[in-house]
Design a protein around this ligand. Structure first.
Ligand code: PLP
Length: 405
């Protein structure tokens, strides 16, 4: 990490203010971003970066997409907020569009991925009528609020926050027999990410998802899919579960949904959705006109610009390119992913690679200490992607020299 004293002046000024006034809950890189356009961002010093990890998956349309800008401007001039004690047309329209894209469902709108998970937990418990256990996966990540944290399958995030919410039973990911063994008379649901993001870009196998569907049907459990990170086109399908030919009972969306505006959605099949009756669940900002206008813009952009297909073809290209890179890069242990959601697992701690790439003008992420993760915008050009992967490759070469010196 760059020492504060060596940072450029404007960057240091902002960092100093953070140190004095902002809670220190994030491990931040020494980078102050002030502008973004497509897959490019600029820092306060005027330096440009290519962003292969825009907003942790939020900016899936790229930064400042014109549809989202227009939706925000247009809606801001009409009405910003309508409380959920009234109706407004956008919320209805957007719920219909989501259900049409996904499965026959009703939607609850909220504000973040974790809040969508909280909603799913309440939905499952209420639907379970006394059954309350939810089977969750090792290495899963579902967010930081108390319920979502309890559902998360990584103890490192939970330490110091015990006692957790009871009722979560953790099993190995992609192990259908383990799930089957974990079902008890108290089980009401299984919660799974079709592709674990934070857990190291690990796709659920088709057999696992199909097996879960059959098991849930057999034991009358809800199959709840957390598509907060992998949903909305990124994997080359509108929703990641669609490539397995199954349908969930409940699906959670956030991140890309608002194109940068914080909004999330829980889709549930009608008989399940109907257990949440007036007064059982609510959130003040949920489904605001501003947020729903952004969702509408995002859905329109994905459709009109053919971004699902684009994620599929560009993703296949990127995966091939990285696999070719891996032939000559002994540091690479495995390459995983689907569409534009890709993880490169290294045989060593990959965290220094984030700084090495940043110094060369490229933004990436590293998760689980050894997995380099990229979630490029679905609007990225092939030339930009190629350039980004070229920088990544050269950084890897230098990293290998350094780490084996
Ligand atoms: C799969 C998944 N679920 C839930 C969350 C939590 O979302 P949020 O940070 O919006 O609360 C995340 C965040 O990374 C996630 O990746």
């Amino acid at each position: 990490m760059t020492a504060t004293a060596t940072l450029p002046r404007a960057t240091r000024g902002v960092k100093d203010l953070y140190e004095r006034y902002v809670m220190n809950t994030y491990l931040r890189q020494p980078l102050v971003l002030t502008k973004g356009k497509g897959s490019r961002v600029w820092d306060i010093e005027g330096r440009e970066y290519l962003d292969l990890f825009p907003g942790w998956g939020v900016s899936a349309l790229g930064h400042a997409h014109r549809f989202v800008q227009a939706a925000l401007r247009g809606q801001a001039g009409r009405i910003l907020h309508v409380p959920n004690t009234y109706y407004h047309p956008l919320q209805a329209r957007v719920a219909k569009r989501l259900a049409e894209r996904a499965f026959e469902s009703k939607v609850f709108f909220c504000n973040s991925g974790a809040e969508a998970v909280e909603t799913a937990i309440k939905l499952a418990r209420r639907w379970g009528q006394g059954r309350y256990e939810i089977i969750v996966m090792e290495r899963s990540f579902h967010g930081r609020t108390t319920g979502a944290l309890s559902a998360t399958g990584q103890s490192k995030y939970q330490e110091g926050f015990e006692p957790l919410l009871p009722g979560f039973v953790r099993v190995p990911f992609n192990d259908l027999e383990a799930v089957r063994r974990a079902v008890t008379p108290k089980t009401c649901a299984v919660l799974v990410e079709p592709i674990q993001g934070e857990g190291g870009v690990r796709p659920a196998s088709t057999e696992f998802l199909q097996g879960l569907r059959a098991l849930c049907d057999e034991r009358q459990l809800l199959l709840m899919l957390d598509e907060v990170q992998c949903g909305l086109g990124r994997t080359g399908a509108w929703f990641a579960y669609q490539s397995s030919g199954i349908e969930p009972d409940v699906m959670l969306l956030a991140k890309a949904l608002g194109g940068g505006f914080p909004i999330a959605a829980v889709l549930a099949k009608p008989p399940v959705a109907d257990v949440l009756t007036p007064g059982t669940h609510a959130t003040t900002y949920g489904g605001s006109p501003l947020g729903c206008a952004c969702i509408e813009a995002v859905l329109e952009a994905i459709t009109k610009e053919g971004l699902v297909e684009r994620a599929r073809t560009l993703g296949a290209y990127a995966l091939d390119r990285i696999l070719a890179m891996a032939q000559h890069a002994p540091l690479i242990k495995e390459v995983r992913g689907r569409g534009l959601m890709i993880g490169i697992e290294l045989v060593v701690d990959g965290r220094p690679m984030v700084g090495l790439c940043r110094d060369r003008g490229l933004l990436i992420n590293c998760t689980q200490e050894t997995v380099l993760r990229i979630l490029p915008a679905m609007t990225i050009t092939k030339a930009q992607l190629e350039r980004g992967l070229g920088i990544l490759e050269s950084a890897l070469v230098d990293f290998a020299k350094g780490s084996h010196a």
